[in-house]
Write a protein that binds this ligand. Structure first.
Ligand code: ADP
Ligand code: ZN
Ligand code: ZN
Length: 801
């Protein structure tokens, strides 16, 4: 007999301690750590999902009170020892429950859903109802099968034990399979002698089998590609010369033809970087490198050559990129170098495709994995190199439980696998740059562009002077430069910065601003659907003609949306071919890719877009980059506002002049003197770093202090406020006097989806009592959640809105 330790999925009764269950006799041999199981929980008929995290033999424990595992959901472990261990660390590190850590590591389709089913214990008196419930099976208790009246009837029948209603776990992750054949012949000569000379089809099949004596051959492929006849297969199967079997089939999301490319001849700077990292790969050292390389310095080529080294060493590589930089262009660069051994994980894939890629990785069929944040949990078993490109990007931080940073997980895994981590960026996060400065990370700089081109010249246009002349979107400067480039048939990238809330509808007579009824945020106009939308909760209403407050017709739209800019631009430049890229134009699958392909083929002159276009694009014919509004992010209530603005502008500026033609950048701003903008003009990250560090030091923020953000929310404002004061008082009693506690204050957007948010910020250097205090709050949060209060703990938050 065995006892299994199981982390169960019960939303409001979480605990990080596993529950013990008995392993039933028929599962003794199959059950192992890392499998998901279904177990009974509580007193009723409730069935829930759980993860087996340990097994022990029964010796002299009292097992009489233990329940038995009901069934297994997997036939092999979905998480290996490494990932199980990682989940434990992650739960501690991020103040999350272990179940949410385990679930976050798996592809979406494997997140179990629960359904209610009904079973009858005998024939029911109501004939219609009786017919609807199949005799031996469970029938889903949903509105597809039963009317509302019938559901109520069933609930009362449950009370009289005529039917049972149970929760079951639905497993939606179904691997696709296909038919294959496998050779069973040992003596080929003998079989050959038994075949008639004229049986050409059977002779052919025999030859194929002789070439692949141990492989599982996909029947469909044999017929289509090898010309094997289905009747020959049938004949061989009857004679027992082949065995038919089902093998797992992987959907291939990658439809491009792979054009194999060769490693490039490296520049001296690139070569030094590659060599240094190669050393760590070969010596199996878990070191962290920071590559600070100007845009176009060829960081990606460095990564690719290091990946090759890892592969040569018989190991695997994991390359992480921000979701929006995971463009087809980026994917092609890796695929073209490493072919089909590359697996891609990103949100553009369907759930099924993602699941298939995940299984391919787990089965050891992919040696290189490229993906966004959650790919850091890819089930690779022999990692020789981990890369985090654009390491400063905020999408690396998960905004929901577990609130982990991809960088921390990458470093944890590198220690487990004894391999280096490479962080790369033109504008590293201050935290990483500071660690490199202290020697915690190895610091590598790439200061030159590969093409020997200068970095593009950056011009700052003061919009406070321009508005009166040409309206508020395009300066004369920018327009004339666009015209100049159009005449030369060169391409232009224009970015409209959408960070912050810059666009709203306001009444010119009474000043009323159109707000979302559910959130404390103004509505944004969408011309395609002719509606005003809330970007936080999805609320939508028709664009009004009159002010809802004073009924004046003098209601106007302020700020700019990409659609509006596109219209205006087209009017100013009737012959320019403009492509627009924003959330609206990229909603459909493949749209993102199509826009970039068109632009790459030079079927358009201008690519106009939001932040989405700032990263990763590498188009040689782009010689002008324009930023329409540099400052919308500058005054956000976030201590990283300047850093974000500097990063974004540097990234987008880096899209110009990447090949042999010189590039130019025009930045329109209302804050021309702001240091973040001035230093972008000089493209001087190091100067920005020094300046910003001083400010962070003065204000007591990262990287000098650690921060933890606590957010309390409720649909009742007073409840949220009261709770946040209770937490404040508790913390005051627990934490060191050197630790600073700010707040509670309402969040900058104080209400979202009719929930009120209060936040507390903790700033500290060392505090021995903090972890315990936060753990205590986490445990207590479950009791509160039953009263509708939500408490979130975010260590090193990146989102203060
Ligand atoms: P970064 O990621 O640093 O912005 P990329 O890796 O995208 O830079 O490189 C910029 C361009 O230079 C790409 O088109 C890339 O193919 C090319 N490139 C990189 N390294 C070399 C090299 N050693 N020789 C020639 N071209 C290179
Ligand atoms: Zn809203
Ligand atoms: Zn009004």
């Amino acid at each position: 007999m065995q006892i299994a330790h199981i982390i169960v999925d019960v939303p409001t009764m979480q605990t990080n301690a596993p529950y013990s269950y008995l392993v039933p006799a028929d599962l003794q041999d199959t059950l192992s750590k890392g499998m998901r199981v279904i177990v009974p929980f509580g007193n009723g008929n409730r069935k829930i999902e759980g993860f087996v995290v340990g097994l022990e033999p029964v010796t002299d424990q009292d097992t009489s009170k233990l329940k038995e595992i009901s069934s297994v959901m997997d036939f092999e472990p979905v998480l290996d020892d490494e990932l199980l261990e990682l989940s434990k660390w992650l739960a501690d590190k991020t103040y999350a429950f272990r179940i949410s850590c385990l679930l976050t590591m798996l592809p979406n389709v494997m997140k179990a859903k629960y359904a209610k089913v009904v079973k009858k214990n005998h024939q029911l008196t109501d004939p219609i109802l009786d017919k609807k419930i199949s005799p031996n099976l469970s029938t889903p208790l949903d509105d597809k099968h039963f009317t509302e009246k019938e559901i109520n009837q069933l609930i009362s029948l449950q009370k009289s034990h005529d039917v049972d209603i149970e929760y079951v776990v639905k497993n939606e992750a179904k691997a696709k399979t296909e038919l294959a054949i496998q050779n069973q012949i040992t003596d080929f000569a003998d079989v050959k002698s038994k075949l008639s000379k004229t049986a050409k089809a059977q002779q052919h099949l025999l030859a194929v089998l002789q070439d692949h004596p141990t492989d599982k051959l996909i029947q469909k492929k044999l017929v289509a590609e090898e010309g094997v006849s289905p009747s020959a297969i049938k004949a061989f199967a009857t004679k027992g010369w082949i065995k038919k079997l089902q093998v797992e089939k992987y959907r291939n999301p990658y439809k491009h033809e792979i054009v194999r490319d060769q490693p490039k001849h490296l520049t001296t700077e690139q070569e030094n970087a590659v060599l240094e990292i190669d050393q760590a790969i070969k010596k199996r050292k878990s070191e962290t490198f920071l590559i600070e390389g100007v845009t176009g310095s060829g960081k990606t080529e460095v990564y690719l050559q290091n990946i090759q080294t890892a592969l040569n060493e018989g190991r695997q590589a994991l390359m992480l990129v921000p979701e929006i930089a995971l463009t087809p262009q980026m994917v092609n660069r890796v695929k073209n170098r490493f072919g089909n051994q590359v697996a891609i994980l990103h949100s553009g894939l369907s759930n099924g495709e993602r699941y298939d890629e995940w299984r391919r990785i787990r089965a050891g069929k992919a040696q290189v994995v490229v993906g966004a944040r959650s790919a850091v949990f890819a089930p690779l078993q022999n990692i020789g190199l981990i890369i985090l490109d654009e390491e400063h990007d905020t999408s690396y931080k998960q905004d929901d439980n577990p609130r982990y940073h991809t960088r921390d997980v990458a470093i944890w895994r590198s220690k487990y696998h004894h391999c280096p981590v490479v962080l790369g960026s033109a504008t590293p996060s201050l935290e990483s740059r500071a660690r490199a400065g202290k020697g915690v990370y190895h610091f590598i700089r790439l200061t030159q562009r590969v093409n020997q081109q200068k970095l593009p010249e950056v011009e700052i246009v003061d919009m406070t002077q321009e508005v009166s002349k040409t309206g508020d979107i395009f300066s004369e400067e920018l327009l004339s430069s666009i015209n100049e480039k159009l005449a030369k048939h060169e391409q232009i990238v224009l970015m409209l910065n959408r960070r912050g809330f810059s666009s709203f509808m306001m009444c010119r007579d009474c000043g009323h601003v159109l707000m979302c009824p559910n959130c404390d945020i103004s509505l944004t106009m969408h011309l395609d659907s002719h509606t005003m939308k809330c970007h936080y909760c999805g609320f939508e209403e028709p664009i009004p003609n009159v002010c809802p407050n004073c009924h004046s017709h003098n209601i106007r739209y302020f700020g700019t949306g990409t659609e509006k800019v596109e219209k205006e631009l087209q009017q100013l430049l009737p012959h320019a071919r403009i492509l627009r890229m924003d959330v609206d134009t990229t909603k459909r699958k493949g749209a993102h890719e199509r826009i970039l392909r068109e632009f790459g083929n030079q079927d358009a002159d201008i690519l106009l877009g939001t932040q989405m276009i700032a990263k990763g694009l590498d188009f040689p014919n782009v010689t002008l980059v324009g930023v329409l509004n540099a400052d919308t992010g500058l005054d956000l209530p976030d201590f990283r506002a300047s850093e974000r603005t500097f990063d974004l502008l540097t990234q987008v500026a880096g899209r110009a002049g990447r090949a042999d033609k010189e590039g130019k950048v025009i930045i329109q701003t209302f804050n021309p003197e702001h240091y973040a903008i001035q230093l972008v003009k000089r493209q001087d990250y190091e100067a920005f770093y020094k300046r910003e560090m001083k400010l962070r030091h003065l204000a007591g923020y990262a990287p000098y202090f650690f921060t933890v953000q606590l957010t309390v929310s409720s649909t009742k404002e007073d409840q949220a406020a009261k709770m946040s004061y209770e937490i404040l008082n508790y913390l005051k009693g627990q934490l060191s006097s050197k630790t600073m506690i700010l707040g509670p204050t309402p969040r900058p957007i104080a209400r979202i989806k009719n929930r009120y948010y209060y936040q507390i910020i903790i700033k500290y250097k060392v505090d021995q009592h903090l972890a315990d205090a936060l753990e205590h709050i986490l445990q207590g949060s479950q009791k509160e959640s039953r009263k509708g209060l939500r408490i979130a703990i975010d260590s090193e938050p990146v989102n203060f809105m």
